[in-house]
Ligand binder design. Sequence first.
Ligand code: 8OZ
Length: 369
Amino acid sequence: MSSSLFDPVQAGDLQLANRIVMAPLTRNRSPNAVPKPITATYYAQRATAGLLITEATAISHQGQGYADVPGLYGTEQLDGWKRVTQAVHEAGGKIVTQLWHVGRVSHDSLQPDGRPPVAPSAIAAKTKTYLIDAQGNGSFAPTSTPRALDLEELPGIVHTFAAAARNAVETCGFDGVEIHAANGYLLDQFLKDGANQRTDDYGGSIENRARLLLECTRAVVDAVGGGKVGIRLSPVTPANDIVDSDPQPLFDHVVRQLGPLGLAYVHVIEGATGGPREVEGRPFDYEALKKAYREAGGKGAWMVNNGYTRELAEEAVKKGADLVAFGRPYIANPDLVRRLKENAPLNTPDTKTFYGGGEKGYTDYPTLS
Ligand code: 8OZ
């Protein structure tokens, strides 16, 4: 018998009650990078998901690119996350945190000492970031022009990913971590030739452009164990002005290298993040990607994401996806698992309260009675 969305599944060390995942969702409600008590409530409300993935969380101040996103690097920040994992575990859920370095998708005003953000090359992304002024008013602003990282700085990036992973698991009590290598942030910038024009060992060939991602992943695996590590990839998304001239061989190489690492899961955004599942002029074969991962010995769960409905998700699981991540539906439906199971109507998310603010549009969406 084929599996259903509602059947349990093992993903590395993670024993999951069902195949429904809360996708990472940026909410900008953590001033000073500290998750507040209300954030614990928000995640605990959603704890019936097989797995919760936190909003992207900066591994360092340099890795931050938006106002009021959380961090994984200071005592107050880690204490804030402890409250979250405790609340989720008390509610019977499983939660991993998403390790994030934005690279060039940042603004001088968000960086240590107001310096420029860092990137593989000094090429600005034509995209916007989200700032909040002293009066608490949010606005979107163009990202700043980055400076290229020196070769000597790269071991520090690798070390910072591993340190954040250790903080997450050992100090905060997370069940694992997800490496954010998608959506045009630092690791995706290194991967793709639209952002990476380096001429050293980290630019040029596919092997070179994948090097930083793989070094970071191996270091995180060494820090917490592969069975607690997932990774998120977005081969063709145009998010944050990212592009690669030939993504299929690039990502086939990446997953072949990930195969032997014993990861818990590989999380793939199919198409344009939060948009169409097909991107014009950027064809991609996701089945071939999965096959390349399995052929390389990859035993992690295969997690799919982007625009999934109940029907599409059931179909994906029947065709062999192990996990399906839901983004926007999870903002508005804390009891999404039950609603999908009962085929009940879904609440509509309020886009005005996605980024910033308090309880409204965060912890006040109704559950079924
Ligand atoms: C929306 C707004 C800000 C950041 C991503 C972390 O796209 C994000 C993000 C999404 O992965």
